[in-house]
Ligand binder design. Structure first.
Ligand code: BGC
Length: 268
């Protein structure tokens, strides 16, 4: 069997109607997975992703759910199981920023980011893990009972002034992922994180949309280019496939070297 194929592995990508989630959904579908395109707002954008996947010969459906709401997450998984029978791959991607100077940050800014970026990953991972445990390994489909990919960030290790809610959420994702990986490994469930650096998406438009901003950003990226959503899509396919079967509990940085302390290349 081709170790990179995702054929027969229903997958759920949260926040798949734009940015990194969109690219990941398309990449998983191209690798053969039926994909649920989760979204919380803007249904036409999710339908466009579904159409693109179908036009390319893949299988997809859109399901709305706010990942921070337990009832909505559970209803989404029920709909997915009705349509596709089970889940093999969860990509916990939905995330957002609400940036503010620390002293100006409201409790709402703090709670909103934590509830989507961290609690949302907990709620979706729990539903997926319950199904993986119930179903177990199907050797013709995958050597694992299930795979969870957590979308983290370089900011699970790089502190970020003006974004303490976001950085705290990603630091939390790191130990959520590792603790889950440790707990679920005996059941043949793999849990890993993708840690993107600066990727050209709507979340960070201000960082790349003017020449000045882009050249400032590039000083932080030794590889000399901004990342594209497809860079993350390709890594997601590998991490979700049997090609990475012995990889568990790992943070995979996809950042052009942003975490290599670039300031030290001419200093220190
Ligand atoms: C953030 C982006 C930022 C990047 C690198 C990501 O996690 O969402 O806004 O550009 O990290 O700092």
């Amino acid at each position: 069997m081709n170790a990179f194929t995702l054929k027969g592995q229903p997958s759920l990508v949260t926040g798949a109607n734009s940015g990194i989630g969109y690219a990941v959904a398309k990449a998983l579908a191209a690798a053969g997975a039926p994909v649920v395109v989760n979204y919380v707002a803007d249904p036409p954008s999710a339908e466009r992703v579904v159409d693109e996947i179908r036009t390319a010969g893949g299988e997809a459906m859109a399901i709305r759910a706010d990942v921070s709401r337990e009832d909505e997450v559970q209803a989404m998984f029920r709909k997915m199981f009705d349509a596709y029978g089970t889940i093999h791959i969860l990509v916990n991607n939905a995330g957002l920023q609400r940036d503010a100077r620390f002293v100006d940050m409201t409790l709402h800014d703090w709670e909103f980011v934590l509830s989507v970026n961290l609690t949302g990953q907990f709620l979706c991972a729990r539903e997926a893990a319950r199904e993986f445990l119930r179903r177990g390994v199907i050797p013709e489909v995958s050597c694992a009972a299930g795979k969870i990919l957590c979308m983290s960030s370089v900011h699970e290790v790089i502190p970020w002034a003006g974004h303490v809610n976001y950085a705290a959420s990603k630091g939390g994702v790191m130990l959520l992922m590792k603790s889950l990986a440790q707990e679920l490994a005996p059941h043949r469930i793999r849990v890993n994180s993708l840690c993107p650096g600066a990727i050209r998406t709507p979340i960070n438009t201000a960082a790349w949309s003017t020449p000045e901003a882009l050249s400032g950003l590039l000083t932080l990226i030794p590889y000399g280019r901004i990342g594209e959503p497809e860079d993350i899509g390709r890594a997601a396919v590998w991490l979700a496939s049997d090609a990475s079967d012995y990889v568990n509990g790992t943070s995979l940085f996809i950042d052009g070297g942003m975490t290599l302390f670039p300031g030290f290349s001419t200093n220190g």
